[in-house]
Design a protein around this ligand. Structure first.
Ligand code: IFM
Length: 440
Protein backbone atom coordinates (compact mmCIF):
# COMPACT_ATOMS: atom_id res chain seq x y z
CA UNK A 1 0.00 0.00 0.00
CA UNK A 2 1.40 3.36 -0.99
CA UNK A 3 0.55 6.54 0.91
CA UNK A 4 2.02 10.03 0.50
CA UNK A 5 4.94 10.98 2.73
CA UNK A 6 3.05 13.77 4.49
CA UNK A 7 -0.07 11.66 5.04
CA UNK A 8 -1.74 12.15 8.41
CA UNK A 9 -2.21 8.91 10.29
CA UNK A 10 -4.26 9.27 13.39
CA UNK A 11 -6.79 8.06 15.86
CA UNK A 12 -10.06 9.79 16.72
CA UNK A 13 -12.21 10.23 19.83
CA UNK A 14 -14.93 12.56 21.08
CA UNK A 15 -15.32 14.50 24.32
CA UNK A 16 -18.47 12.95 25.83
CA UNK A 17 -17.40 9.48 24.81
CA UNK A 18 -14.08 9.53 26.70
CA UNK A 19 -13.61 12.47 29.06
CA UNK A 20 -15.79 11.74 32.07
CA UNK A 21 -15.38 14.41 34.79
CA UNK A 22 -18.76 15.83 33.91
CA UNK A 23 -19.03 17.89 37.07
CA UNK A 24 -15.48 19.17 37.15
CA UNK A 25 -13.90 22.56 36.67
CA UNK A 26 -17.16 24.33 35.99
CA UNK A 27 -18.38 22.20 33.09
CA UNK A 28 -22.07 22.77 32.37
CA UNK A 29 -24.65 20.08 31.70
CA UNK A 30 -24.85 18.72 28.16
CA UNK A 31 -27.80 17.13 26.39
CA UNK A 32 -26.05 13.77 26.72
CA UNK A 33 -25.83 14.09 30.52
CA UNK A 34 -29.57 14.67 30.64
CA UNK A 35 -30.44 12.04 28.02
CA UNK A 36 -28.24 9.27 29.43
CA UNK A 37 -29.82 9.77 32.85
CA UNK A 38 -33.29 9.42 31.41
CA UNK A 39 -34.42 5.84 32.08
CA UNK A 40 -34.62 3.63 29.00
CA UNK A 41 -32.57 5.84 26.70
CA UNK A 42 -29.13 4.21 26.95
CA UNK A 43 -28.41 0.50 27.21
CA UNK A 44 -27.95 -0.62 30.85
CA UNK A 45 -28.45 2.99 31.96
CA UNK A 46 -24.82 3.81 31.19
CA UNK A 47 -23.72 7.44 31.24
CA UNK A 48 -20.59 9.37 30.30
CA UNK A 49 -20.02 10.45 33.92
CA UNK A 50 -16.69 8.64 34.10
CA UNK A 51 -16.25 7.17 30.60
CA UNK A 52 -12.50 6.60 30.06
CA UNK A 53 -11.59 9.23 32.63
CA UNK A 54 -9.54 10.84 29.89
CA UNK A 55 -9.96 14.24 31.55
CA UNK A 56 -7.53 13.02 34.17
CA UNK A 57 -5.64 10.42 32.17
CA UNK A 58 -5.00 12.47 29.04
CA UNK A 59 -1.21 12.41 29.53
CA UNK A 60 -1.19 8.61 29.60
CA UNK A 61 -3.46 8.55 26.55
CA UNK A 62 -1.17 10.88 24.60
CA UNK A 63 1.77 8.68 25.59
CA UNK A 64 -0.15 5.70 24.19
CA UNK A 65 -0.68 7.53 20.90
CA UNK A 66 3.00 8.28 20.75
CA UNK A 67 3.79 4.63 21.37
CA UNK A 68 1.46 3.62 18.56
CA UNK A 69 3.25 6.05 16.26
CA UNK A 70 0.34 8.21 15.04
CA UNK A 71 1.22 11.71 13.85
CA UNK A 72 -2.21 13.28 14.39
CA UNK A 73 -5.02 13.06 16.94
CA UNK A 74 -8.62 14.02 16.27
CA UNK A 75 -10.48 14.96 19.45
CA UNK A 76 -13.52 17.08 20.15
CA UNK A 77 -14.05 20.02 22.44
CA UNK A 78 -16.98 19.94 24.86
CA UNK A 79 -18.89 23.17 24.33
CA UNK A 80 -20.30 23.03 27.92
CA UNK A 81 -16.76 23.07 29.32
CA UNK A 82 -16.07 26.36 27.52
CA UNK A 83 -19.49 27.95 27.94
CA UNK A 84 -21.36 26.06 30.67
CA UNK A 85 -24.70 27.47 29.54
CA UNK A 86 -23.72 27.70 25.89
CA UNK A 87 -23.03 31.44 25.88
CA UNK A 88 -21.95 34.36 28.03
CA UNK A 89 -18.87 34.05 30.22
CA UNK A 90 -15.98 31.80 29.17
CA UNK A 91 -15.09 29.11 31.71
CA UNK A 92 -11.31 29.45 31.90
CA UNK A 93 -10.77 26.11 33.65
CA UNK A 94 -12.52 24.27 30.83
CA UNK A 95 -10.44 26.09 28.26
CA UNK A 96 -7.27 25.26 30.19
CA UNK A 97 -7.93 21.54 29.86
CA UNK A 98 -7.79 21.73 26.07
CA UNK A 99 -4.72 23.97 26.23
CA UNK A 100 -2.96 21.34 28.35
CA UNK A 101 -4.06 18.59 26.00
CA UNK A 102 -2.85 20.44 22.91
CA UNK A 103 0.46 21.24 24.56
CA UNK A 104 0.95 17.61 25.53
CA UNK A 105 0.22 16.54 21.95
CA UNK A 106 2.62 19.04 20.43
CA UNK A 107 5.35 18.09 22.90
CA UNK A 108 4.83 14.49 21.80
CA UNK A 109 5.10 15.32 18.12
CA UNK A 110 1.40 14.69 17.46
CA UNK A 111 -0.63 17.19 15.50
CA UNK A 112 -3.95 18.14 17.10
CA UNK A 113 -7.11 18.08 14.95
CA UNK A 114 -10.01 19.62 16.84
CA UNK A 115 -13.72 19.08 16.25
CA UNK A 116 -15.88 21.83 17.69
CA UNK A 117 -19.14 19.90 17.94
CA UNK A 118 -19.42 16.18 18.45
CA UNK A 119 -22.96 16.17 19.83
CA UNK A 120 -22.61 17.51 23.39
CA UNK A 121 -24.80 20.60 23.15
CA UNK A 122 -25.12 22.61 26.38
CA UNK A 123 -28.44 21.61 27.96
CA UNK A 124 -29.23 25.26 28.67
CA UNK A 125 -29.39 25.88 24.91
CA UNK A 126 -31.54 22.81 24.41
CA UNK A 127 -33.92 24.28 26.98
CA UNK A 128 -34.34 27.19 24.55
CA UNK A 129 -35.05 24.88 21.60
CA UNK A 130 -31.58 23.52 20.83
CA UNK A 131 -30.96 23.04 17.13
CA UNK A 132 -34.59 23.90 16.39
CA UNK A 133 -33.76 27.44 17.44
CA UNK A 134 -31.85 29.50 14.88
CA UNK A 135 -30.08 31.41 17.67
CA UNK A 136 -28.12 28.27 18.57
CA UNK A 137 -26.18 28.72 15.32
CA UNK A 138 -25.13 32.23 16.43
CA UNK A 139 -24.03 30.97 19.84
CA UNK A 140 -22.04 28.28 18.09
CA UNK A 141 -20.28 30.95 16.06
CA UNK A 142 -19.28 32.78 19.26
CA UNK A 143 -18.01 29.57 20.84
CA UNK A 144 -16.10 28.66 17.66
CA UNK A 145 -14.56 32.13 17.54
CA UNK A 146 -13.38 31.78 21.14
CA UNK A 147 -11.71 28.47 20.33
CA UNK A 148 -10.07 29.84 17.19
CA UNK A 149 -8.71 32.80 19.15
CA UNK A 150 -7.48 30.67 22.02
CA UNK A 151 -6.05 27.69 20.13
CA UNK A 152 -5.72 28.91 16.56
CA UNK A 153 -1.94 29.20 16.71
CA UNK A 154 -1.46 25.66 17.95
CA UNK A 155 -4.27 23.76 16.22
CA UNK A 156 -3.92 23.69 12.45
CA UNK A 157 -6.79 21.39 11.59
CA UNK A 158 -10.36 22.32 12.57
CA UNK A 159 -13.62 20.48 12.03
CA UNK A 160 -16.79 22.45 12.67
CA UNK A 161 -19.34 19.65 13.07
CA UNK A 162 -19.18 15.90 13.33
CA UNK A 163 -21.93 14.12 11.40
CA UNK A 164 -24.75 16.70 11.34
CA UNK A 165 -27.02 13.97 9.95
CA UNK A 166 -26.74 12.14 13.27
CA UNK A 167 -27.23 15.25 15.41
CA UNK A 168 -30.30 16.20 13.40
CA UNK A 169 -31.89 12.87 12.47
CA UNK A 170 -31.11 10.75 15.52
CA UNK A 171 -31.51 13.71 17.89
CA UNK A 172 -34.64 15.40 16.50
CA UNK A 173 -35.99 13.03 13.81
CA UNK A 174 -36.28 9.67 15.55
CA UNK A 175 -35.17 10.47 19.08
CA UNK A 176 -32.65 7.66 19.46
CA UNK A 177 -29.98 10.16 20.49
CA UNK A 178 -30.03 13.24 22.71
CA UNK A 179 -32.11 15.31 23.06
CA UNK A 180 -34.53 12.51 22.17
CA UNK A 181 -37.04 14.47 20.11
CA UNK A 182 -38.87 12.91 17.21
CA UNK A 183 -40.61 14.72 14.41
CA UNK A 184 -39.75 14.51 10.70
CA UNK A 185 -40.04 18.28 10.27
CA UNK A 186 -37.83 18.94 13.27
CA UNK A 187 -35.18 16.76 11.67
CA UNK A 188 -35.00 19.13 8.71
CA UNK A 189 -35.12 22.27 10.83
CA UNK A 190 -32.29 21.00 13.04
CA UNK A 191 -30.22 20.00 10.00
CA UNK A 192 -30.61 23.45 8.48
CA UNK A 193 -29.55 25.22 11.67
CA UNK A 194 -26.57 22.89 12.05
CA UNK A 195 -25.45 23.68 8.52
CA UNK A 196 -25.93 27.36 9.25
CA UNK A 197 -23.82 27.00 12.41
CA UNK A 198 -21.11 25.42 10.31
CA UNK A 199 -21.25 28.33 7.85
CA UNK A 200 -21.07 30.91 10.62
CA UNK A 201 -18.07 29.18 12.21
CA UNK A 202 -16.38 29.13 8.82
CA UNK A 203 -17.02 32.85 8.50
CA UNK A 204 -15.43 33.48 11.91
CA UNK A 205 -12.41 31.36 11.01
CA UNK A 206 -11.86 33.15 7.72
CA UNK A 207 -12.17 36.59 9.31
CA UNK A 208 -9.37 35.75 11.77
CA UNK A 209 -6.91 34.87 9.01
CA UNK A 210 -5.55 31.91 10.89
CA UNK A 211 -2.80 29.68 9.58
CA UNK A 212 -4.76 26.40 9.78
CA UNK A 213 -7.38 24.61 7.70
CA UNK A 214 -11.06 24.11 8.35
CA UNK A 215 -13.60 21.56 7.19
CA UNK A 216 -16.66 19.58 8.22
CA UNK A 217 -17.11 15.86 8.82
CA UNK A 218 -20.06 14.00 7.29
CA UNK A 219 -21.09 10.40 7.84
CA UNK A 220 -21.38 9.22 4.26
CA UNK A 221 -22.51 5.88 3.01
CA UNK A 222 -22.76 4.87 -0.64
CA UNK A 223 -26.21 3.53 -1.53
CA UNK A 224 -26.34 0.73 -4.07
CA UNK A 225 -29.43 -0.49 -5.94
CA UNK A 226 -30.43 -4.09 -5.19
CA UNK A 227 -30.81 -4.70 -8.93
CA UNK A 228 -30.33 -2.90 -12.20
CA UNK A 229 -34.03 -2.18 -12.58
CA UNK A 230 -34.99 1.49 -13.07
CA UNK A 231 -37.12 1.27 -9.90
CA UNK A 232 -34.24 0.08 -7.72
CA UNK A 233 -31.86 2.61 -9.23
CA UNK A 234 -34.37 5.32 -8.43
CA UNK A 235 -34.62 3.92 -4.89
CA UNK A 236 -30.82 4.17 -4.52
CA UNK A 237 -30.90 7.75 -5.78
CA UNK A 238 -33.46 8.62 -3.11
CA UNK A 239 -31.50 6.90 -0.36
CA UNK A 240 -28.39 8.76 -1.49
CA UNK A 241 -30.33 12.03 -1.33
CA UNK A 242 -31.40 11.34 2.22
CA UNK A 243 -28.09 10.03 3.50
CA UNK A 244 -25.52 12.01 1.56
CA UNK A 245 -26.65 14.72 -0.82
CA UNK A 246 -28.86 16.60 1.65
CA UNK A 247 -25.56 17.75 3.23
CA UNK A 248 -23.11 17.61 0.33
CA UNK A 249 -25.19 19.70 -2.07
CA UNK A 250 -25.71 22.76 0.15
CA UNK A 251 -22.06 22.66 1.26
CA UNK A 252 -20.64 22.41 -2.24
CA UNK A 253 -23.36 23.73 -4.54
CA UNK A 254 -25.19 26.18 -2.33
CA UNK A 255 -28.66 24.59 -2.48
CA UNK A 256 -30.52 21.53 -1.27
CA UNK A 257 -31.10 18.70 -3.76
CA UNK A 258 -33.86 19.81 -6.08
CA UNK A 259 -35.09 16.25 -6.58
CA UNK A 260 -36.36 16.04 -2.98
CA UNK A 261 -39.49 18.23 -3.13
CA UNK A 262 -41.08 16.76 -0.01
CA UNK A 263 -38.07 17.84 2.06
CA UNK A 264 -37.68 21.16 0.29
CA UNK A 265 -41.21 22.24 1.08
CA UNK A 266 -40.65 21.60 4.80
CA UNK A 267 -37.25 23.23 5.17
CA UNK A 268 -38.30 26.31 3.20
CA UNK A 269 -39.87 27.70 6.38
CA UNK A 270 -36.43 27.99 8.00
CA UNK A 271 -34.30 29.32 5.15
CA UNK A 272 -33.39 33.00 5.29
CA UNK A 273 -31.66 35.11 2.64
CA UNK A 274 -27.90 34.64 2.78
CA UNK A 275 -28.00 31.23 4.50
CA UNK A 276 -26.60 29.35 1.52
CA UNK A 277 -23.80 31.88 1.01
CA UNK A 278 -22.63 31.02 4.51
CA UNK A 279 -23.24 27.28 4.25
CA UNK A 280 -21.36 26.99 0.98
CA UNK A 281 -18.38 29.04 2.16
CA UNK A 282 -15.00 27.74 1.00
CA UNK A 283 -13.91 24.58 2.76
CA UNK A 284 -10.27 23.57 3.02
CA UNK A 285 -11.22 19.91 3.17
CA UNK A 286 -14.06 17.47 3.63
CA UNK A 287 -13.93 14.92 6.46
CA UNK A 288 -15.54 11.55 5.79
CA UNK A 289 -16.68 9.04 8.37
CA UNK A 290 -17.10 5.75 6.58
CA UNK A 291 -18.30 2.54 8.21
CA UNK A 292 -20.55 0.73 5.74
CA UNK A 293 -22.78 0.89 2.69
CA UNK A 294 -26.50 0.61 2.06
CA UNK A 295 -28.28 -1.61 -0.47
CA UNK A 296 -31.84 -0.59 -1.25
CA UNK A 297 -34.78 -1.60 -3.38
CA UNK A 298 -37.97 0.14 -4.42
CA UNK A 299 -40.76 -0.39 -1.90
CA UNK A 300 -43.52 -0.17 -4.50
CA UNK A 301 -44.92 3.03 -2.96
CA UNK A 302 -42.42 5.48 -4.43
CA UNK A 303 -39.99 5.03 -1.57
CA UNK A 304 -37.19 2.65 -0.77
CA UNK A 305 -36.42 -0.19 1.55
CA UNK A 306 -33.00 -1.09 2.92
CA UNK A 307 -31.96 -4.70 2.47
CA UNK A 308 -30.33 -6.67 5.26
CA UNK A 309 -26.52 -6.87 5.01
CA UNK A 310 -25.30 -9.34 2.41
CA UNK A 311 -21.88 -9.96 3.93
CA UNK A 312 -20.17 -10.21 7.33
CA UNK A 313 -21.22 -7.66 9.92
CA UNK A 314 -19.59 -5.96 12.91
CA UNK A 315 -21.05 -5.91 16.42
CA UNK A 316 -23.12 -2.90 15.31
CA UNK A 317 -24.74 -5.06 12.63
CA UNK A 318 -23.05 -2.95 9.94
CA UNK A 319 -21.88 -4.80 6.86
CA UNK A 320 -18.13 -4.92 6.32
CA UNK A 321 -17.79 -3.52 2.81
CA UNK A 322 -14.33 -2.01 2.17
CA UNK A 323 -15.00 -1.50 -1.53
CA UNK A 324 -17.62 1.08 -0.55
CA UNK A 325 -14.87 3.35 0.72
CA UNK A 326 -13.17 3.33 -2.67
CA UNK A 327 -16.45 3.99 -4.48
CA UNK A 328 -17.31 6.79 -2.09
CA UNK A 329 -13.94 8.52 -2.39
CA UNK A 330 -14.06 8.42 -6.18
CA UNK A 331 -17.62 9.64 -6.29
CA UNK A 332 -16.88 12.56 -3.96
CA UNK A 333 -13.87 13.53 -6.00
CA UNK A 334 -15.84 13.40 -9.24
CA UNK A 335 -19.06 15.05 -8.07
CA UNK A 336 -17.79 17.57 -5.53
CA UNK A 337 -14.04 17.88 -6.08
CA UNK A 338 -11.41 18.79 -6.39
CA UNK A 339 -11.20 19.13 -2.62
CA UNK A 340 -8.74 17.54 -0.17
CA UNK A 341 -10.37 14.67 1.69
CA UNK A 342 -9.70 13.13 5.08
CA UNK A 343 -11.12 9.93 6.45
CA UNK A 344 -11.90 11.34 9.87
CA UNK A 345 -13.34 8.05 11.16
CA UNK A 346 -13.22 4.43 10.14
CA UNK A 347 -13.22 1.40 12.38
CA UNK A 348 -15.28 -1.46 13.74
CA UNK A 349 -16.91 -2.70 16.95
CA UNK A 350 -16.43 -6.32 18.00
CA UNK A 351 -17.25 -8.06 21.28
CA UNK A 352 -13.66 -8.17 22.52
CA UNK A 353 -12.57 -10.16 25.52
CA UNK A 354 -9.52 -9.72 27.66
CA UNK A 355 -7.70 -13.03 28.00
CA UNK A 356 -4.54 -13.27 30.03
CA UNK A 357 -3.73 -9.65 29.46
CA UNK A 358 -4.29 -9.74 25.69
CA UNK A 359 -7.13 -8.90 23.35
CA UNK A 360 -7.12 -10.85 20.12
CA UNK A 361 -9.25 -9.02 17.56
CA UNK A 362 -8.33 -10.35 14.12
CA UNK A 363 -11.61 -9.13 12.59
CA UNK A 364 -10.79 -5.53 13.49
CA UNK A 365 -7.28 -5.84 12.09
CA UNK A 366 -8.67 -7.29 8.87
CA UNK A 367 -11.30 -4.54 8.72
CA UNK A 368 -8.65 -1.82 9.00
CA UNK A 369 -6.22 -3.46 6.61
CA UNK A 370 -8.88 -3.91 3.94
CA UNK A 371 -10.09 -0.32 4.28
CA UNK A 372 -6.55 1.07 4.18
CA UNK A 373 -6.04 -0.87 0.95
CA UNK A 374 -9.12 0.73 -0.60
CA UNK A 375 -7.91 4.17 0.47
CA UNK A 376 -4.55 3.48 -1.18
CA UNK A 377 -6.35 2.43 -4.38
CA UNK A 378 -8.32 5.68 -4.36
CA UNK A 379 -5.12 7.71 -3.98
CA UNK A 380 -3.61 5.77 -6.85
CA UNK A 381 -6.68 6.70 -8.91
CA UNK A 382 -6.04 10.41 -8.24
CA UNK A 383 -8.16 11.17 -5.17
CA UNK A 384 -6.49 13.83 -2.97
CA UNK A 385 -6.82 11.90 0.28
CA UNK A 386 -4.69 13.56 2.96
CA UNK A 387 -5.20 11.55 6.10
CA UNK A 388 -6.88 8.67 7.90
CA UNK A 389 -8.10 8.55 11.50
CA UNK A 390 -9.00 5.22 13.04
CA UNK A 391 -12.09 5.20 15.20
CA UNK A 392 -11.25 4.84 17.93
CA UNK A 393 -8.19 5.11 20.12
CA UNK A 394 -10.11 3.75 23.13
CA UNK A 395 -13.18 1.66 23.81
CA UNK A 396 -15.66 4.29 24.90
CA UNK A 397 -19.26 5.39 25.46
CA UNK A 398 -20.97 4.32 22.25
CA UNK A 399 -23.99 6.61 22.68
CA UNK A 400 -27.29 4.68 22.97
CA UNK A 401 -25.30 1.43 23.27
CA UNK A 402 -23.37 2.61 26.32
CA UNK A 403 -20.11 0.76 26.89
CA UNK A 404 -21.35 -2.43 25.27
CA UNK A 405 -19.90 -1.75 21.84
CA UNK A 406 -16.13 -1.62 21.74
CA UNK A 407 -14.54 0.32 18.87
CA UNK A 408 -11.09 0.89 20.38
CA UNK A 409 -7.76 -0.36 19.15
CA UNK A 410 -6.96 -0.03 22.84
CA UNK A 411 -9.10 -2.00 25.28
CA UNK A 412 -10.39 -0.16 28.33
CA UNK A 413 -11.19 -1.99 31.54
CA UNK A 414 -13.93 0.33 32.75
CA UNK A 415 -13.58 -0.89 36.35
CA UNK A 416 -9.90 -0.07 36.71
CA UNK A 417 -9.39 2.30 33.76
CA UNK A 418 -6.49 0.15 32.64
CA UNK A 419 -5.65 0.47 28.94
CA UNK A 420 -4.51 -2.62 27.05
CA UNK A 421 -3.40 -2.29 23.45
CA UNK A 422 -5.35 -4.83 21.37
CA UNK A 423 -3.74 -6.90 18.65
CA UNK A 424 -5.26 -4.46 16.13
CA UNK A 425 -3.47 -1.60 17.91
CA UNK A 426 -0.20 -3.50 17.66
CA UNK A 427 -0.93 -4.17 14.00
CA UNK A 428 -1.54 -0.43 13.41
CA UNK A 429 1.70 0.34 15.21
CA UNK A 430 3.73 -1.97 12.99
CA UNK A 431 1.88 -0.77 9.88
CA UNK A 432 2.87 2.81 10.74
CA UNK A 433 6.46 1.83 11.39
CA UNK A 434 6.70 -0.05 8.13
CA UNK A 435 4.82 2.68 6.26
CA UNK A 436 7.22 5.39 7.39
CA UNK A 437 10.17 3.21 6.32
CA UNK A 438 8.69 2.35 2.93
CA UNK A 439 7.04 5.68 2.09
CA UNK A 440 8.89 8.07 4.38
O1 IFM B 1 -18.93 6.45 18.08
C1 IFM B 1 -19.39 7.03 16.90
C2 IFM B 1 -18.84 8.42 16.75
O2 IFM B 1 -19.14 9.22 17.84
C3 IFM B 1 -19.41 9.07 15.52
N1 IFM B 1 -19.25 8.24 14.36
C4 IFM B 1 -19.61 6.85 14.46
C5 IFM B 1 -18.98 6.23 15.69
C6 IFM B 1 -19.41 4.75 15.81
O3 IFM B 1 -20.77 4.64 15.93
Amino acid sequence: MKFPQDFKWGVATASYQIEGAVHEDGRGESIWDRFSRTPGKVLHGHTGDVACNHYHLYREDVALMKELGVNSYRFSIAWPRIYPTGKGQVNQRGLDFYKRLVEELLNSGIEPAATLYHWDLPQALEDQGGWLNRDTARYFQDYAQTMFEQLGDAVKLWITLNEPWCSAYLGYGNGVHAPGKSDPNWYLYAAHHLLLAHGLALQAFTSLNLPGEIGITLNLSPQYPASDSPQDREAARKADGFQNRWYLDPLFNGFYPQDMPEFLSVVAAKIQPGDFDLISGDLDFLGINYYSRGVVKADGRGGYQALPPAGPVTHMGWEVYPRGLYDLLLRLHEDYGPIPLYITENGAAYPDVLEQGRVHDPERTAYLEQHFAQAARAIEAGVPLKGYYVWSLLDNFEWAFGYERRFGIVYVDFETQERIVKDSGRWYQSFLKCNSKCNG
